[in-house]
Design a binder for this molecule. Structure first.
Ligand code: MRU
Length: 353
């Protein structure tokens, strides 16, 4: 039980450096990489050393600390100007998860309050650590809110990895599953392998098995048959960006699951902190969808599994319309059957805090 409550934390700040658990080589190798320059952090986000919307945001915040250190050393009192190109490179690392842009913006706001004559590093580090801690706290709150929605002995399906690895710790969708298991609400978890990057088989299975939560790994295409068999209560997933009407971008395949769930009367829960909500866009059609390397689909660990030069499409995310979602769980509360109006209510509550 202790292990369940502690969980792995994939992002550490130690000895004035950022340390990331390399998620590309899990579950067979646990390798930590150290970063002391912001461009390397941007590259690590792009290459998915670290991935998952909240984890990307926290990492980018520490990336800004490193960028500010570089700008102070190279430009002294002109550090604020010198910082801008590095922030742009961090922001260009991945396009869909809004937590990235949210974190950079929040760090930028702190920069704006600082003197040009003093090193910005201490104040920025404090802010990055705050963002880091707030994410863990939000996950624990969401974990309980989401678990409270489950009946005893529920059978659930999750897609991708929205666990401790995808956040600062504990997880969003897996946070609900962890808390649900502690509360006796979870009988079994089905884990989609999540083609093509295999976040489900490599990361989610690893997290759940470490904690002894009963689970079964399945190919993504098995979800329909599972639902038709009538033994599934909830699909529980995370999110990369939620529009102000509740439309939700998440790992490719989430939309298909939501359509299947509607047909079979299975409920869909999206679990995400308010840092994942993009209040500036009206609906999901405005969410930029990342296209990733074709080799992720046509190869497995460097071995071709399709004819040479095959034409490939590899969107990393899709958008699930709010109408297919039963509950969006945030640290500010639960939005049931989300709509523009209900999301606005959540926004008001967020402001009142
Ligand atoms: O491409 P990834 O692995 O970064 O995609 C991650 C997801 O889609 C997660 O479900 C989402 O970021 C939520 S993580 C708490």
């Amino acid at each position: 039980m202790t292990r369940l409550l502690q969980t792995i934390e994939p992002i550490l700040w130690r000895d004035e450096q950022l340390h990331l658990l390399d998620q590309r080589v899990l579950p067979h190798t646990e390798n930590w990489l150290a970063f002391y320059d912001s461009d390397a952090v941007a590259e690590a986000i792009k290459l998915m050393v670290v991935r998952g919307a909240p984890a990307i945001g926290v990492t980018a915040a520490y990336g800004v600390v490193l960028a500010a250190r570089e700008a102070w050393f190279s430009a002294g009192e002109n550090w604020q100007e010198a910082l801008i190109p590095a922030l742009k490179r961090l922001a260009a690392s991945r396009p869909t998860a809004v937590n990235l842009f949210w974190a950079i913006e929040r760090m930028q706001q702190t920069c704006n309050t600082l003197s040009k004559y003093e090193s910005p590093e201490p104040a920025l580090l404090e802010q990055a650590k705050r963002i880091h801690q707030e994410d863990v706290k939000a996950n624990r709150t969401m974990g309980q809110y989401g678990a409270d929605l489950l009946d005893n002995d529920s059978i659930v399906l999750t897609h991708c990895n929205a666990g401790a690895l995808a956040t600062a710790g504990f997880g969003t969708a897996l946070g609900v599953i962890r808390q649900g298991f502690i509360d006796g609400k979870i009988e079994h978890v089905y884990v989609d392998e999540t083609r093509p990057w295999l976040q489900g088989s490599r990361l989610t299975a690893w997290e759940l098995m470490q904690e002894g939560i009963p689970m079964t790994l399945q190919a993504d295409v098995a979800a329909g048959a599972l639902m038709a068999g009538g033994r599934l209560d909830w699909v529980i997933v995370g999110a990369d960006r939620i529009a102000s009407n509740g439309d939700t971008a998440n790992k490719i395949g989430t939309y298909s699951l939501a359509v299947l769930a509607k047909y079979h009367g299975v409920k869909v829960m999206v679990v995400a902190p308010t840092t994942t909500i993009d209040w500036s866009i009206e609906n999901g059609s405005q969410i930029p969808i990342e296209q990733r390397a074709h080799s992720e689909v046509s190869e497995i660990e460097g071995h071709a599994i399709a004819p040479a030069k095959v034409h490939v499409s590899n969107p990393a995310f899709d958008v699930t319309p709010a109408a297919l979602i039963d509950a969006i769980v945030t640290e500010e509360g639960v939005v049931s059957s989300p709509s523009k109006e209900k999301m606005q209510q959540l926004k008001k509550e967020e402001k009142n805090d």
